[in-house]
Write a protein that binds this ligand. Sequence first.
Ligand code: SAH
Length: 344
Amino acid sequence: MTDIKSMLPEELSAFVAELGQPKYRADQIFKWLHAVGTDFDGMTDLPKAFRDKLGENCFIPDVTVAAKQVSKIDGTVKYLFKLYDGEYIESVFMRYHHGNTLCISTQAGCRMGCKFCASTLNGLKRNLLPAEMISQIQDAQKDTGERVTGVVLMGMGEPLDNYDNVLKFLRLVNHPKGLNIGHRHISLSTCGLVDNIRRLAEEKMQITLSVSLHAPNDELRKSIMPIANKYTVSQLLEACRDYEKITGRRTSFEYALISGVTDTKELATELGKKLKGSLCHVNLIPINEIKERSYVGASRAAADAFVKVLSTFGITATVRRKLGSDISAACGQLRDEHESLVEQ
Ligand code: SAH
C-alpha cells in the first residue's frame, strides 16, 4: 500500500499518471488530502471507480485523537494521538497574541537519551511519516475550530534523526495548495545533530533553527545529553553560525534550567562568553519535573539571575512562559501516563 498523503505534488502527478488518470487529478487529490483533510470517500469530484482504485492501492496514515487535556489556566490543549499502527504521540496547541502555534511530534519515542526528557524513556518506536506530521495540524485545527498559524517541531522525537520525512513534511506544509504555513512561522528544535544541521542549511529554507544546548561546556553537556559525546559544543555552535550565514535566520537556543545542575551564575557567564557577538536568542526553560528522574526545575530567582548575567554579554534571553502547566506539560508525559494506564 502506498502512503499517498506523504507524496510531494510532483510524485503524486507521476503516481496518478501510472494509474492511467489525467494529471489534473493529482491537484484534486492534493487539495483533498492537504487543504481539506478527507479520506477517499470525501473526494467528491473524483469518479467513484477511481476513488475505489485509490482505496485499494493506497492508505492515508492519519492520526486520531485518543485523549486530550485542556488547560483551565490558559486554554492550551494537549493531544494524545493514536497512529495507524497503535503507537501514540503528543501535540500541544498554544494560543499566543500573534496566533496559534502547534507543537508537533516527529517520532514515536526518541533515541537521543537526554537525561531530563520523558520522550526518550522507552527509546525510539519509529519515525513518523510526513503525512502523520501534517495530520497532527489538521486534527488540531478541526478540534479547536481555529487555524494553526505557526508550527514548532518540538514535541516527541528528534526531527533531524528523521531527516528525510521531516524535510518532506516541511515541503508539504508550506505548499500553497495545502496547509500553506510559511517557513518563517516554523521552528525546528534539535538536540544538535551537527551533520544534519549543515544539510538543512543547504536546503536554504527559512526555518528557524532552535538548538537545545542546555549546557555551555562538553563535560556538563555529556552528563545530561548523550549526543554531546558525538559533537562538541564548539562544533555545534559553529554549525549554528553557518546556518545563520546561509539562511539569514537567527538561531535560538534552548537552555533547560535544572536546579543546581545547569542554573548557576558561573554557567551563565560561561554561556555568555561563548555566545557573545552572535545574534541568537536564548530561551530559558525551568525544567518540567518528570517522576522517573530526580531533576528539579530552577527557581524564578535563579532564572532571573541567569537572564541578567547573559544580558551583560549582550545576549537576549527570556524565561519561557509556562503554558499548560496544569496538564502534564513536559514532553512525553501524557503518553507515559496513558501507557501506564493501559498497562495497569
Ligand atoms: N529533540 C528535539 C526536539 C524535542 S524536545 C530537541 O532536543 O530539541 C523539545 C525541547 O524540550 C528540547 O529543548 C528539550 O530539551 C526540552 N525538554 C525535554 N524534556 C524537558 C523537560 N522535562 N523540561 C523542560 N524541557 C524539556
